[in-house]
Design a protein around this ligand. Structure first.
Ligand code: PMP
Ligand code: GLN
Length: 389
């Protein structure tokens, strides 16, 4: 039999699926794969049910239903002061994952360079490489994840097509600050490049911080694609409703890709997300308050056991140093060990690096977007296991 595509075949099953399966097999509290528990807004669920009953059930427009595109434009006007034309500057996708793939396949030509900041979300590299892009990696280092400006500037060249920027950033929880964004914007402009901005955690920034899209910086309106995810904003990760926002000339090639990837996204879910985005802004703002309380609850529990837990200004993950509880193996060993022996699952941090050999191997990522009872149970189990409960 002839071989399948060699780039995609070189990747294993995603770490999220691997760890969730292991968690299930061992009845572990799953703080690995990033999905929330107990946060789905009832009114949004009702809106989906009503729309599913009422129909229509046939293909919606390829750019998304007008009600959702208008709601996204209104949302971005309210939160970011962006003035978007819902007809030509907003595209609904099947999750942020599809929006990312549509951007990368739609923009990258063979040999184009793509600047990436590591550690990074696992769907980026396979798609960039499959699209013919050449990754130029820059690392941010724990515990402060400060942008290494010289290295970033050196990663840009006249071959740079785009930078893929994820803020708030999975898995480091870094939120890029105003100076860092300005520095990136300047590089993007000077190299006549684009920025694909993965902003799925836009409503998960904590402690009074505000999310600032790169698109709102001077010179960036026509160079950025801003990607969001209703799965994150409304805690419904199975819905896979995302969106890409960009100036018409930039969105056009992305929409062309989208029409051949999925073409559309279920109408009833689009209708429910449109309803959700039209709620008073306080409803969306409340998510971060609620999530920060969960973050603190789990962080306090883990610190009490001896874990060194890093600061977490955004997303619903934090990183803990596993050496604090006297574990001497790798992060992969650790995540397996606690799943099997303690009944708690986390994700090994090295999974978010292209080269695992040089990746840090003593961190685990914990998802705290869970019910208080699950967070308490996880801390209790780990405490008992490591003898500090
Ligand atoms: N980007 C990042 C950084 C993520 O963590 C995720 C996780 N789900 C996604 C994109 C994908 O979002 P969606 O589920 O909307 O496809
Ligand atoms: N984004 C989620 C995470 O980082 C998981 C997404 C997935 O399972 N593909 O855990």
């Amino acid at each position: 039999m002839k071989a399948a595509n060699s780039i995609l075949s070189s990747y294993g099953t995603t770490i999220f699926a691997v760890m969730s399966k292991l968690a299930q097999e061992h009845g572990a509290v799953n703080l690995g794969q990033g999905f929330p528990e107990g946060l789905e807004p009832p009114a949004v669920l009702r809106a989906a049910a009503e729309a599913a009953e009422a129909g229509p059930h046939q293909y919606p427009p390829l750019m998304g239903i007008p009600a959702l595109r208008e709601a996204i434009a209104a949302h971005d006007r309210h939160f970011y002061g962006l003035d978007l034309d819902p007809d030509s500057e907003v595209m609904v996708s099947s999750g942020a994952t599809e929006a990312l793939a549509a951007c990368l396949f739609g923009l990258i030509e063979q040999g184009d360079e793509v600047v990436l900041i590591e550690p990074l979300y696992d769907s980026y590299l396979p798609i960039i490489r499959r699209a013919g892009g050449v990754p130029r990696m820059v690392r941010v280092e724990p515990p402060h994840w400060t942008l290494p400006r010289e290295a970033l500037a050196a990663a840009f060249s006249d071959k740079t097509k785009l930078i893929l920027l994820n803020s708030p950033m999975n898995p480091s929880a870094k939120v890029f600050d105003a100076d860092e964004l300005a520095f990136i914007a300047d590089l993007v402009s000077r190299h006549d490049a684009y920025a694909v901005c993965d902003e799925v955690y836009e409503h998960l920034v904590f402690d009074g911080r505000r999310h600032v899209p790169l698109m709102t910086l001077p010179g960036m309106r026509d160079r950025c694609v801003r990607i969001g995810s209703a799965g994150k904003t409304f805690s419904v990760t199975s819905w896979k409703v995302g969106y890409a926002i960009a100036a018409p000339a930039l969105l056009a090639p992305i929409a062309k890709t989208h029409q051949f990837l999925t073409f559309t996204t279920p109408t009833c879910l689009q209708t429910a997300v449109a309803f959700g985005l039209r709620q008073p802004p306080e409803v969306l703002e409340h998510l971060a308050v609620d999530m920060a309380a969960r973050r603190d609850r789990l962080a306090d529990g883990l610190r009490g056991i001896g874990f060194d837990v890093m600061d977490c200004p955004g997303t619903y993950f934090f990183t803990a140093d596993i050496r604090g509880v006297g574990f001497n193996g790798t992060d992969e060993d650790f995540c397996r060990h606690i799943t099997v022996e303690a009944g708690v699952t986390a994700v090994p941090f090295s999974a978010f690096y292209q080269d695992r050999e040089t990746a840090p191997s003593h961190y685990a990522r914990f998802c705290f977007a869970k019910l208080d009872s699950a967070l308490d149970e996880a801390a209790a189990r780990l405490g008992r296991h490591f003898g500090r409960g």
